[in-house]
Structure formats: C-alpha cells, structure tokens
Design a protein around this ligand. Sequence first.
Ligand code: TTP
Ligand code: MG
Length: 415
Amino acid sequence: MSNGQDRVVALLDMDCFFVQVEQRQNPHLRNKPCAVVQYNSWRGGGIVSVSYEARAFGVTKSMWADDAKKLCPDLLLAQVLESRGKANLTKYREASAEVMEVMSRFAMIERASIDEAFVDLTSTVRERLQKLQGQPVSADLLPTTYIEGFPQGLTTAEGTVEKEEMRKQGLLQWLDSLQSDNTSSPELQLTVGAVIVEEMRAAIERQTGLQCSAGISHNKVLAKLACALHKPNRQTLVSHGSVPQVFSQMPISKVRHLGGKLGASIIEILGIEYMGELTQFTESQLQSHFGEKNGSWLYAMCRGIEHEPVRPRQVTKTLGCGKNFPGKTALVTREQVQWWLLQLAQELEERLTKDRNDNDRVATQLAVSIRVLGDKRLSSLRRCCALTHYDAHKMSQDAFAAIRNYNTSGIQTEW
Ligand code: TTP
Ligand code: MG
C-alpha cells in the first residue's frame, strides 16, 4: 500500500456562494453585510448564505432574517426566487455550471455540491514539474497560499505580526525547505499543485466574477479540511507532516464522513474529542468497535492517509426537489398531497428535460421520500418506481401510487 502521499488532490469551495451570485447581479449589494434568505413571510425568512462582512456581526446560516437584523441593522437581503410555491435555485445552478466549466479546463473534477468540487491534480503536477526542470517555485506564484504549520519556530511577539506578514513568512520558510530538483518529493508536488490551484481560482474569478477558497493536500478529506482553514478568497496547503498538529485540535465531527452517526459513536464509545486521539488505538481495536471497513479507514485517516478516488463527474448523479410543510401548513387532504406532488413533478420535468439536452442522458428511476414532523431522520419513508416518461402528470401519479399506502388516517380522502 502507498504511504498516502502519492496524489495531489484539491477542493475548491465558493465563498458565500448564493450571496456572491446576488452581488454579481446587483452592484448595490457588493462589499456590504449581506445575506440571502429563503421564504420571507416567517420572521423575515431563513438565511442560507451570509457575506463575510455580515459574518463579522455574528450573522450565520439558518438564522431568521429578523434576528440577524438585530445583530446587524444594516444587513442587506436578497431573496431566493420562488416558483410553484417553492424555492427556485435555477440561478445558482447556472452559476455553478459556469464555475465547474472553468475548473474542468484544468483537470478532471468531481462536483461535490452546488458550490464545491474536488480536483485530482496528480498528473497535471507531474507535467508541470517536467517543464520546471528543477527551477525553484517562486513565492509570487502563490500570492494567496497559506502553508499550514508554517512559519515554524516563530517565538517573537506573534500577536503583533499582521496575518498577511505571517502568511508570507510561512510560505518563504516552506519554499526554502523544498528540494526543487527532486520531482518525487510529495511536498514539492503539493506546492506545484497549489500553484495550479492559484491559476484555477484566478481563472474562475476572471471568467465568472466569483471568488472561492481551496485546500490542497494528498486526499479528499485533508483537502476539504484545508479549504476551511483560511476563507474567504485564500487557499491552504496541508502537507503530510502537518497532519499531527492539524488533527490534534480537530473535532472529530468536522472531518468529512464523520459529521454523522459514525463520528458521534466514536466520541461516545472511545471517549475522545479530537481526530488525533484516534492514533492511540490499534487497527483491530477500531475494527472491533466500528466494523472492519470503518476501522481500517479510521486507522489510516487519523494518520492523514486516505485513498478515496476523485471520480470524474461534472454533473450531479441525481436530480431532486422537495418542500417542507411545518406546523399549520401540514398537508391534510389527498387533494393537497396530489397537488404538491404535481408542483414538484413539474419542476422535475423541466429540469430533467434540460438535463437530457445538456448532458445527453436519461433518468430511469423515480424516488419519493416523505419525512413526518418530528422525525430526525432524513426521510421517514422512501419508495422507488420506474421513471418512463418525462411527464409531470405521470410522475406525480406514480409518486402518489408509491406512497398512498402510507396514509395513516385510515380514510382515503384525508391524510
Ligand atoms: P456552503 O458552501 O456551505 O456555504 P457558502 O458558500 O454560502 O459559504 P462559505 O463561504 O462558508 O462556503 O453552501 C453553498 C450554498 O448552498 C450556499 O451559498 C447556499 C446553499 N445552501 C442552502 O441553500 N442551504 C443550506 O443549508 C446550506 C448549507 C447551503
Ligand atoms: Mg461555499
């Protein structure tokens, strides 16, 4: 098995994505505390994206706009469009496609969400290294790069040094430590990866007007983690050597794949808090608690090693839409259920048809999920059926047939 340093993987994540899309469209919103809300009738609407200026006031995602205004009276708001009684994300999906298109000119990408993508830069880096022919990498090519763990051994009044000054010192120290003629050095490969990511981010901004942050490392988990270290509009390189320090204070739930049940059970069963604490357990101990596969994964991961490939995929695998009906808005009649299924199916029909034209493929399965009030799970019930025609009426009827037995009222017309 490899030592986990054989690849160069990056994760690019747009900064306050929905806000930036609104700011691009409306100059009055630029460089201001600003947030995007969804549905504005209840408490001013729920916030889904917050500009960094507004974050300085304590405004966060999933706050009500009315509460956010108390923290930041000058907060400007933009709204997610609504159609057919639900949020319409078309504008953001289109902006996302613009960004993904620019990224994919550089290397193979895996779209991970509406505003983030993984890139495997291993072969691109190798080619670039050949061109460089042992020339050292100049700090000018890394104007927005932080090297995690650097500068090292700085003891003089750190608090007084500007953040940008620290970044530069760390970068220069790191570049000095590299052997630029050793093309198989993992540290040099990451550094050249970071140069390419600087170019990608500059191209994205030039072509779309949108800014992003990035993480550069040897695998997806570390790249994702690295990206979050210096947001917005910056990128962070996490080397294999910096892993012990990064993981020593990294809450387990912050690590990709550990935000859910598995992460919670690790914390409970082993009585630990941070990712680095996992290194004190043997592989078989971890396997006995969490299963063979998870145990091995954790044993390697806490040492910074992970092998999940970047899968070539620029478009989503599934296409979905849904709506919540909290409190008094709960659906109570069969007609209401059928009517909303039709609204959702109409959106699907539109998006499926566009997808067939854009991506030259057809969907074959329709899945219906219901979540009942109070259920913590993502869905309380999920049923699938064949998807034969991109037809909203047909899809909504099939969807209704798939869930009709779930009606708990005992009466056909009531739900
Ligand atoms: P994120 O990348 O989580 O957030 P962000 O881009 O707004 O901010 P950051 O700079 O921290 O990356 O999500 C991307 C977009 O997805 C976000 O702009 C809005 C949308 N979104 C929702 O609509 N609902 C949600 O619960 C989340 C998390 C995101
Ligand atoms: Mg984002």
